[in-house]
Design a protein around this ligand. Structure first.
Ligand code: ADP
Ligand code: MG
Length: 457
């Protein structure tokens, strides 16, 4: 029978999940358990003292309120450290420390002992692989560096520092490296900087610094995600600095992900910041139209959904900045199609995506689509090529005409036009517009073509 405290706590977790940022929930609440109810107190098991303190300091009011709502009476939540009581991760996962047949480097702690002392095995997502990573202009350097590091860890770019805005593939690349090196019987250790902090602080409290060091020293490849969370944690930064040096001196690979460039990581000690610049620093830029479309196709294929080029192209135009959000848009479309039992058409897309569905935008979108199709047809090219940076004169002209028509007929802004047609900036769009205006005056054949196009539209 399920323990009643666990039942109540599960209900609380369900509600808390809706209120609290996902990363905080995953880090601090996901592994907690309802232990018992005593005298108006709900005892909640947490894995570490650090987690207990963090929850008490940051989330007490929210947790208290939610628990009282669930129980229907005033209740106090008390956190108790119960290391054995953590729930198993639900996602299928490759263990963080893979068994290793033989090791080229000497001083490894035996894998079994290491695994046993790990506080929490951070799961590697097997779906985050190099083969599922779509490479485009914005991420090719990071991708190339990541694959090089996975093939020859510790030899080429050490450390490798990858930075970008949110949702652009840093974590994906870190997992891909870890998954790849694990295949070659090397031991990756992937942690977020919050986990590193938790582990470090616990080792000090519990006087287990030696184990802590041995554990981190045992990694062939240490991957630390979201290093920006070391902000304000001076002691942990020192701990990380030493771990970094030890591993680096032993030629072990270090890979770091951050939301900004090392030079902009003001909150880190200088000596740590300069270490980050020793190896290779690679950024990831937001994807261009072509990459967005390719990612959508790839994600759709993975769930065996057929996405035609036109639809992918329209979804790719959603005004979102990260690939995570783009995936979210695609998921909404697929969910609606499944729910209605319909094929994925442009109409369905604009119903599923509110940003596209609201009146004028939807109209503009459909007109925009029609315009692009007409231009593509006129120049015997495809909408896809039209929206990609051109490689020949014919497409260059077609693209300029498309820019001109979008601006004059559909009244699409210069920024949007640029984005749709291959990520051009405002100035390029405005120059193209002027070029078309000029050509219209001196070239009668061109004027005829454009008139015909406009008539059709
Ligand atoms: P970050 O760590 O930079 O915030 P993530 O690595 O978590 O971003 O990526 C967010 C989502 O976008 C993930 O589902 C990831 O698989 C996907 N993604 C990011 N970049 C690519 C890419 N180039 N190809 C395929 N999927 C990608
Ligand atoms: Mg990430």
């Amino acid at each position: 029978m399920i323990n009643p405290a666990q039942k109540i706590w599960s209900a609380c977790l369900g509600r808390l999940q809706l209120e609290i940022p996902r990363t905080s929930y995953d880090t601090w609440l996901k592994t907690t358990t309802g232990q018992s109810m005593e005298d108006g107190h709900l005892i909640v098991g947490v894995p570490t003292t650090f987690a207990a303190e963090w929850l008490e300091r940051r989330l007490t009011p929210a947790i208290q309120r939610v628990a009282s709502e669930v129980v229907g009476a005033e209740i106090r939540v008390v956190f108790q450290v119960t290391p054995g009581g953590v729930r198993v991760e639900e996602e299928p996962a490759v263990p963080l420390v893979s068994a290793r047949a033989s090791s080229p480097a000497a001083d490894h702690t035996p894998p079994v002992a290491v695994a046993a002392t790990l506080p929490r095995q951070e799961a590697l997502n097997p779906r985050y692989s190099f083969s599922s990573f779509v490479v485009g202009e914005g991420n090719q350097l990071a991708y190339a560096a990541a694959t090089a590091v996975a093939q020859q860890p510790g030899e080429r770019y050490n450390p490798l520092f990858i930075y970008s805005g949110v949702g652009l593939g840093k974590t994906h690349l870190l997992h891909a490296i870890a998954n790849e090196v694990a295949l070659h019987s090397l031991r990756p250790m992937y942690v977020t900087s919050e986990q590193f902090t938790g582990d470090f602080v616990r080792s000090i409290r519990e006087r287990t610094q030696d184990e802590f060091r041995a554990r981190y020293r045992s990694a062939d490849v240490l991957l630390v995600d979201d290093i920006q969370f070391l902000e304000g944690k001076e002691q942990t930064q020192i701990g990380f600095f030493h771990a970094f040096n030890e591993l680096h001196n032993a030629n072990r690979q270090i890979v770091i992900a951050c939301d900004r460039a090392p030079s902009a990581v003001q909150f880190l000690e200088d000596r740590l910041r300069s270490r980050f610049q020793w190896g290779l620093v690679a950024d990831i830029q937001p994807p261009d139209m072509e990459t967005r479309t390719a990612i959508l196709h790839q994600k759709a294929e993975r769930v065996r959904v057929n996405l035609n080029q036109e639809v992918a192209h329209v979804i790719a135009q959603m005004p979102v900045t990260s690939i995570r959000e783009l995936e979210g848009c695609l998921n909404k479309v697929i969910a609606l199609a499944t729910f209605l039992g319909k094929a994925i058409t442009l109409d369905l897309v604009s119903t599923a995506l509110p940003a596209l569905a609201n009146g004028t935008h939807r109209y503009a979108l459909l007109t925009q689509e029609a315009t692009l199709q007409a231009v593509a047809k006129q120049y015997a090219t495809s909408v896809h090529d039209l929206c990609t940076r051109p490689r020949d004169r014919k497409t260059t002209e077609a693209q300029r005409v498309a820019m001109y028509l979008l601006a004059t007929l559909v009244k699409v802004s210069a920024e949007e036009t640029g984005r749709v047609l291959g990520d051009w900036n405002r100035r390029t769009v405005s120059n193209s517009f002027k070029a078309v205006q000029q050509k219209l005056q001196g070239d009668s054949a061109f004027k005829d073509t454009l008139d015909r196009l406009m008539e059709k539209l």
